[in-house]
Design a protein around this ligand. Sequence first.
Ligand code: NAP
Length: 462
Amino acid sequence: MAEQLTQASYVLATILFVFSLRWLNHPKTARRGVGAGVLAMLLGVVGTLFDPHIVSFQWIAVGLVVGTLLGVPLSRVALTAVPQRTALSHAFGGLAAGLVGTAKYFLWLDEGVLTQFRVGAIVVEVILGFLTFTGSLMAAGKLQEIIPTRPITYRNQNLVNLSLLVLAAVCGVVLVARPELWPLYPVIVVLSLLFGVLLIVPIGGADMPTVIALLNAYAGLAAVAMGFVLDNKLLITAGALDGSSGFILAVIMCRAMNRSFTNVLFGAFGQVQTSTAMTTQKAYKSATLQDAVQVLENASLVVIVPGYGMAVAQAQHRLRELYDQLTKRGIDVRFAIHPVAGRMPGHMNVLLAEADIPYDHLVEMDDINPEMPRVDVALVIGANDVVNPAARTDRGSPIYGMPIIDADKAKAVFAIKRSTNPGFAGIDNELYFMDNTLMLFGDAKAVTGDLVRELSGQASHR
Ligand code: NAP
């Protein structure tokens, strides 16, 4: 009976995990998706507690208390710290997989019940688990800037890294053939831990969100291997979902940045950019607030393109007020969402949702682009790379081929940023020098606030 309860809860949890991922696809259903994921995890844990193989609940209780004590503060971090918090979760997942594999290997070694299949599954679990552990810790450290965010590179780095992984795999293969050769086991562990560190060291801090999605996939695969070790079907299905969704997310992010996996992992591209781009002295045209307000008031379709600077300035609530002011005047206002605007997937969606901007006014890049030629005003707020036309036209540009939001095709463009500094890719943006572009220099929150004040002032004078 207990066994049936466990299996039934696993089936239900798997279904909920699938629906959770499905619902997370859209902002409208995302909360339901999170709820379903939480419920699935709860079912998985409670269902496991019915497992007749459990000999004592004492350590499980200790684990629950420790996990809760760590989890509660981790759930309270600021939105901007979510990428590093996620990296820490992956680190814990990887460590758990590695430790479970280690415990099982030595237990079964003692009992003399190690089969080649079991050792094979343990080796995969332990390599992926431990490299995810140290790799994710490094990623979290880079994002938190505890360790240098710039890529640390040296000659033949990729060769050294690859050799470590191959060596660990060779030790694993020998161990599968001769499971009793236990001294190989710590060698595999140390090589995997080292590989995790060296894999992340050459990658720049700004590429970490993509790397974290990839580490998520590794953690999922480690869980799948753990499922085979423990003969636990929920770990296999949930791990496979986790692994594949992490991988798909990494692919989407790479595509949206027009980067290949190898470029992210071995390219040392995402170094902290210094403002070196403005070599040519082109003239910006600045607008006054009054100019901007006048043009905005006469528009019928306005598209706001938010980017990293909007997030830095925390301008989302001012944007909501601007949206209110404009829609009050019968102006159609949309928000154009680029898949890699900001520094993490969904960065803009989350911030705009926080300010209660209606979801149906958030339009994905592919849907808004065909509309751009009939847009009266494109208001670019702290976005740079994601609206840079060089991505379409300049073959020599590092962002060539990256899909962008075609703000340059709008009838008029206002761009809010603080200075002439470039964005993440460290390059000039032709958009700012175009005839139909006017700059509103200043902090995104302050300038948007001024626009709102100006608009509401005019409204009260009517
Ligand atoms: P971006 O290219 O980094 O440009 C952001 C702009 O915001 C800068 O030019 C900066 O100019 C301005 N800014 C900064 N603080 C500001 C403030 N307080 N007020 C007003 N403006 C401010 O950002 P993006 O257009 O969003 O593009 C994202 C980039 O990050 C892409 O290259 C993407 O590939 C990369 N990336 C994204 C992800 C992801 O998951 N979303 C992950 C990794 C990398 P000033 O300094 O002059 O103000």
